[in-house]
Design a protein around this ligand. Sequence first.
Ligand SMILES: C[S@@+](CC[C@H](N)C(=O)[O-])C[C@H]1O[C@@H](n2cnc3c(N)ncnc32)[C@H](O)[C@@H]1O
Length: 261
Amino acid sequence: MAPIFVHLPSYFASNGFNEPSSQETGPYADVFDCTYWQRVNQSPKLKDDFDTYMAAHKKGSSSIVDLVPLSSLVEGYEKSLPVLLVDIGGGVGHQSKELKSRYPFLDGEIIVQDLRVSKELEFAGIRGMDYDFFTPQPIKSKFLTSPDSSAHAQNKKSGARYYYYSAILHDWPDAECINILKIVADAMRPGYSKLLINGIVLRETGATYFEACKDFGMMAAMSAKERTLPQIIALGAEAGLRYVGQHTGHHADNGIVEFEK
Ligand SMILES: C[S@@+](CC[C@H](N)C(=O)[O-])C[C@H]1O[C@@H](n2cnc3c(N)ncnc32)[C@H](O)[C@@H]1O
């Protein structure tokens, strides 16, 4: 990160001191001639190192098992449907494995999606799937409004109960976040699927030093940011999603913001 931080004064002087709004023209691309994710994904070794870092880093913050009560995870899941949760951009699946280890009796498959899913992912009840979250979500509700009975039967068999994004939105500028959310909204089954967004939820004033450093780092590396609850709700609204509520833990490090379609 040091070369980017050193470059920031000249970056801002040349762009009129505006917040970066695109990864292709942000400070990282100025220094490295590619975006952060292009660099990480061009080398399997860099991606493995990044995954190891994320899995270790996440041990110090609240994950889905810490924030969402077991009753919420169990209640409302239709056992006739195959998928309980899709962990999108889930890296090596560390959070899904933690969930399945803590609650091995959970019904329904858990799917971990990432650009290149690691072999280490193999774990009872969890399936890995290569997937780019800027493309249509394959675990999709075939919700049809047609009264025809075969369409109704198909609808009953598809879609996941939970779509989960952890530490994803803070990697992207607003326009890309809205694209990511529109794609998942398209896959969600109205009145059944829930979208859970895990990450730092900034308070309106008085951010901690850690939160401010994370926010600054996301801007420098990815032209992105940490966001307040109203900012996250506004991104969801742009994608046609309705804010349901927030799950917060004992530590105010991060929370889960829940949406429905
Ligand atoms: C900050 S990490 C978060 C990993 C994990 N969700 C967690 O909370 O620890 C971001 C993840 O998004 C993945 N990613 C980046 N661009 C992606 C894309 N276009 N499609 C799918 N995954 C992507 C990265 O490979 C990485 O695993």
